[in-house]
Design a protein around this ligand. Sequence first.
Ligand code: ADP
Ligand code: MG
Length: 261
Amino acid sequence: MTEPHFERQVDRSHMQVSDEVAIQIENMNKWYGQFHVLRDIDLTVQRGERIVIAGPSGSGKSTLIRCINRLEEHQQGKIIVDGIELTNDLKNIDKIRREVGMVFQHFNLFPHLTILENLTLAPIWVRKTPKKEAEATAMHYLEKVKIPEQADKYPGQLSGGQQQRVAIARSLCMKPRIMLFDEPTSALDPEMIKEVLDTMIELAEEGMTMLCVTHEMGFAQAVANRVIFMADGQIVEQNNPHDFFNNPKSERTQQFLSQIL
Ligand code: ADP
Ligand code: MG
């Protein structure tokens, strides 16, 4: 398999999976109206896992990760995040959203706010963090994603790759314990994909629990401890990356891999 984005060595020494459960999904089902979009999903994520979710378009990948921070509501079964069950209880939803950061394909930055203001908005208004402190935290994470010099610019003045790194930094400002990524590099030009993946690799190296929907199979091989393959709203197969790519069990998985690799 050729993968141009991964000449880089990934340090797995800190990527340890703990015994602690971060996310527990039990027999979960979801419908959009009559359409049964997620079927009998069972998934346990330990703290420190880096999970890549792969599968054809329309298989329910986005819906699954959106259910984990209640951007979508499930109708059956259980989702428990950091020991808190997701129900209609708004206090619990709020608690879980504090733990779970999310990065989308489209960066969803506020175009009329500077980069620094984008990063401090939620900490100041939602968390009531003093402005000076919120700005110091924001600069810390802008340095981490290697664009502190862009703090006073507006999103439209940055490249797509830079905007996505701002979006990641913005999530980190809320100090999440779990990060969800939904095709974070799909809207980027090839030369910008690497800088965003590098940022994600660094997060993984620091031990972040991550669920990433991505077509970057080189990233999956280098970083993931588990690859989950979805089709038609179900988890069809899951395995460590080596066995997933070299010895896929189901025909659906084989067919999918033959198309993308
Ligand atoms: P993936 O991310 O794997 O491409 P999605 O989770 O976005 O898949 O979508 C799964 C299925 O649910 C698709 O058939 C899609 O058309 C449908 N779907 C997604 N969002 C909605 C919605 N808000 N209302 C109705 N159907 C939806
Ligand atoms: Mg999707």
